[in-house]
Write a protein that binds this ligand. Structure first.
Ligand code: ZN
Length: 79
């Protein structure tokens, strides 16, 4: 496996959707290639960051109720 191969499947590798054999290939390559090792580390950090940002934060129930009440009050006030 070469650097180009790693670049091509890096997302699948990080997703954990890569076949076991390919994963081992990448791991082997990473021990030999500091460039790809760094690339994967950066991609992983970026990915984790984005995923954390995108993860839906469930609003607490009381907040939802308060929000919908004040929304209703606002709508009623406008009518
Ligand atoms: Zn490489």
């Amino acid at each position: 496996m070469g650097c180009d191969d790693v670049k091509r499947i890096i997302y699948f590798f990080l997703d954990g959707t890569l076949a076991e054999t390919k994963r081992l290939d990448i791991s082997k390559h990473l021990t030999l290639c500091p460039e790809c090792e760094t690339r994967i580390r950066i991609q992983k950090r970026l990915r984790d960051f984005v995923l954390r940002r995108l993860a839906p934060v469930p609003a607490p129930q009381h907040l939802k109720i308060r929000l919908s009440r004040s929304l209703r009050a606002m709508v009623v006030g406008l009518l």
